[in-house]
Write a protein that binds this ligand. Structure first.
Ligand code: ADP
Ligand code: MG
Length: 335
């Protein structure tokens, strides 16, 4: 039994990760809840619920309560957090007694949303709850020296949102968030295939296409993939071959909006910090950073170096856990 365990939670729009000091990352699951509409009960959470997307009977609906970076449904978010904490206590091999929990929230979240998250975690029996801003957690997780007077730029391309933050001295100097990310890329692939081929594919399939043959806007040797969907004319299943060049066309709009957000944030940068940014460049994190050619494309578009975080899907969770150790240290020093 761990007394007063410390837990960091990355409450992402696509994935929830939980980090503990004792065991590192103990949970990594999609932010999906499956609900039975008749009984209002939670049927599944995480990977099991994501498996159900597009496949379940009508009374069972998979919900992503944080889809667009805002909390669409407080109750479902609270239930998701509760189930996640339950799973964590199983993994920890003991019930969690009075944990201290740090949650990293989407940086576009309002104070009402932040309070709702705080309350949901607190109601699970947490002793202390801290919320931290996403760019800071991402920077700590990417091993950047956040408490030094040096500016760093973090670009975090998640599922529902992309966030660009300039941080210095442990604080956010300027930050922008757009509701464009991996999800909008998937949606654009669905739309493209519908328009070009009259074939309807599911969002899971679109995500697989993006991961397998998706490229940022760079020159590359063309790849192809067989894709199955429903022919909208005959209503029957059909297989077509899609090329990576076509997927690039589909992804163009989302990618350009992310680039525009990065450009605008860099323009906001106080001149005193510009030199640091030219020297250190931009750190790319979040699942979208793994799109093939992303780093190369961004580097060619903005005239500063672009680096890939060591673990783009995990750095926010790791940073959240480490932030907790910093907070605990500060509190002990203050006593
Ligand atoms: P969030 O923090 O919002 O939960 P994540 O950082 O976990 O989001 O990233 C999830 C997104 O990253 C999803 O849209 C997923 O499809 C995308 N993603 C994950 N791996 C890859 C990859 N190899 N190529 C392109 N996109 C990817
Ligand atoms: Mg994230």
């Amino acid at each position: 039994m761990f007394a007063n365990p410390e837990i960091g939670i990355d409450l992402g729009t696509a994935n929830i990760l939980v980090y503990t000091k004792q065991k590192g990352i103990v949970l990594n699951e999609p932010s999906v809840v499956a609900i039975d509409l008749e009984t209002k009960n939670v049927v599944a959470v995480g990977a099991e619920a994501k498996e159900m997307v597009g496949k379940t009977p009508q009374n069972i609906v998979p919900i992503r309560p944080l889809k667009d970076g805002v909390i669409a449904d407080y109750d479902v978010t609270a239930q998701l957090l509760k189930e996640i904490l339950k799973k964590v206590s199983k993994v920890m091999g003991s019930s969690l007694r009075k944990p201290t929990i740090v949650v990293c929230t989407p940086s576009g979240s309002t104070s009402v949303e932040r309070r709702a998250i705080h309350n949901a975690v607190k109601s699970y029996g947490a002793k202390n709850v801290h919320l931290i801003e996403e760019p800071i957690a991402a920077a700590i997780g990417a091993d950047l020296p956040v408490d030094e007077p040096v500016a760093n730029v973090i670009v975090d391309i998640g599922g529902g949102t992309s966030e660009v933050g300039i941080i210095s001295f442990g604080g956010v100097v300027s930050c922008r968030s757009v509701r464009i990310g991996g999800d909008s890329m998937d949606e654009e692939i669905v739309q493209y295939i519908r328009k070009q081929y009259n074939i309807l594919i599911g969002e899971r399939t679109a995500e697989q296409i993006k991961m397998e043959i998706g490229f940022a806007l760079i020159e590359h040797d063309e790849l192809t993939m067989d894709v199955r969907g429903r022919d909208m004319v005959t209503g029957l299943p059909k297989t077509i071959q899609i090329s990576s060049k076509e997927v690039q066309v589909a992804l163009k709009e989302s990618l350009e909006q992310i680039l525009e957000t990065i450009r605008m944030t860099l323009e906001d940068c106080p001149p005193e910090l510009s030199g640091d940014i030219v020297d250190h460049g931009v750190i790319l994190t979040g699942g979208g950073a793994l799109l093939k050619g992303m780093q190369q494309w961004l580097a060619s578009e903005i005239s500063v170096p672009v680096h890939l975080a060591p673990n783009p899907l995990e750095s926010v969770a790791i940073g959240t856990g480490r932030a907790l150790q910093m907070i605990t240290k500060l509190q002990k020093a203050a006593k």
